[in-house]
Write a protein that binds this ligand. Structure first.
Ligand code: ADP
Length: 421
């Protein structure tokens, strides 16, 4: 705003100067002969020239003062920046185009467990690692290009050989080829997380045995009361059974999450006939499909495709996707299941005409305990663990999963798995 006012004033001043200087010359030239210059007109002209010069020099002075002030401000802010950088408890380094450290703060020296002279020039990528080689090479690829990295979990090997977990962010400077790297040490949070995962694994494992016993005894009771039970007793038994099943499903989810996170999920490699495999899963949902008059379409190309995979992980993937489709499709809706073999990859797609997922929530879909807001209002029960487990399982099989969805139109999950024969 101030800039606009200043520019307008300046324009008015130059216009005024132009008129003041040029108009008298025109008047003198066209109305009087050069020999008969009116002394009054000449005096006025001189006064106007002086006025223009004085005003212009005033402008120049203000401009200089302003420039000085701006320089002072930028000096103060760069001093503040340097002080922040130096005193920040967060380790910062700057990398050159080759990924070598060219600037660092004391917190970075402490993190690397090194000294000021040794940290300069070290190749940052040599100190990074991740269990998943694929993920590591994607991050390193980004590090050596112009990509920004935000809050990426990664491990750092210090000079003294200890291992730290970092939340890594890399920003490319607007000028020059350097990059600013911030590294938040999350080793402690990771240890707490691992302890929690251990506890959940232990607790759920201990809970599974008594729950299985309750379930077995309910079944015995149902059988022994087969002919004699009253209507009310039958209702109570059904309620107990349904809730025991829900508890068992929840315990299995927790157990799977902790095993996948701890890397203790034992896998086997078996030959699987994908058509027969799906038949068994569809059987689990048959009753619900019929009850809700859901149209279920299957396309298998080629039919009875045999391939080698882990049956438990594959069951988790397909069963969770199908159970979600059944859960979030309204009565008389549509579910489409399809697989095809393309270029040594099996592509499995599960699509539905259900409630869909709000566009602004799609990014959080595969995170733990996430449930979209329309799922809460849809009354379908759930924990928000299923898709997290699916993603972990797909990754464990060396594949990828993507989702496309439109609220109130439908959702489609596409899983790509390597074809091993
Ligand atoms: P939940 O037990 O809540 O179904 P999931 O992890 O399987 O947990 O799914 C997470 C969330 O993703 C769901 O709560 C729901 O909001 C959304 N979602 C998953 N699949 C679908 C689908 N087929 N249609 C609509 N929303 C879905």
């Amino acid at each position: 705003m101030i800039k606009v006012v200043r520019t307008s004033l300046r324009f008015i001043f130059y216009l005024f100067s132009f008129l003041v200087l040029v108009i008298p010359v025109f008047i003198w030239f066209f109305t009087e002969s050069p020999q008969q210059v009116s002394p009054i007109l000449f005096g006025a002209f001189l006064l106007q020239v002086i006025a223009v010069v004085v005003i212009q020099s005033l402008f120049a002075k203000t401009n200089e003062q302003l420039r000085n002030k701006q320089t002072q401000i930028s000096l103060v802010s760069s001093e503040q920046f340097v002080s922040l950088y130096e005193r920040s408890p967060i380790p910062y380094i700057s990398l050159d185009a080759g990924g070598r450290v060219v600037m660092y703060n004391p917190a970075a020296v402490r993190l690397f467990e090194t000294t000021n002279d040794k940290i300069l020039g070290l190749r940052f990528s040599d100190y990074l690692s991740l269990e998943d080689e694929n993920d590591l090479s994607i991050i390193l690829g980004k590090l050596f290009s112009d990509h920004t990295i935000v809050d990426q979990e990664i491990q750092l090997h210090t000079e003294k050989g200890s291992l730290r977990w970092l939340l890594l962010s890399v920003y490319v400077y607007e000028l020059g080829e350097q990059r600013l790297v911030s590294m938040i040490d999350i080793t402690h949070q990771k240890a707490v997380d691992a302890a929690k995962t251990d506890f959940v694994a232990l607790a759920t494992h201990q809970l599974r045995t008594p729950i299985a016993a309750i379930r077995w005894n309910v079944e015995l009771l149902v059988r022994s009361l087969e002919a004699t039970k009253t209507e009310a007793q039958a209702k109570y038994l059904t309620k107990i059974d349904r809730n025991v099943m829900r508890m068992l499903a929840l315990i299995n989810d927790f157990l799977n999450v902790s095993k996948l996170e701890m890397g203790t999920f034992a896998t086997t490699a078996e030959v699987i006939d994908l058509t027969v495999f799906l038949d068994a899963i569809v059987d689990e949902y048959d009753q619900k499909l019929v009850e809700n008059k859901i149209f279920f379409e299957r396309t298998e190309n080629p039919p009875n495709l045999n391939f080698v995979s882990d049956p438990r992980l594959l069951h988790i993937i397909i069963s969770n996707l199908l159970s979600n489709a059944v859960k979030y499709v309204p009565p008389e809706g549509k579910i489409k299941y399809q697989y095809e073999l393309i270029d040594n990859e099996i592509i499995i797609t599960v699509s539905d005409s259900g409630i869909g997922i709000p566009a602004d929530e799609l990014g959080k879909l595969f995170t733990k305990f996430f449930r979209a807001r329309n799922a809460y209002s849809h009354q379908a029960v759930g924990t928000g663990l299923g898709l997290y487990i699916v993603k972990q399982s797909v990754q464990k099989l060396g594949g990828t999963i993507v989702v496309t969805s439109q609220e109130n139109i439908g959702t489609s999950f596409r899983v790509r798995l390597p074809y091993l024969s």
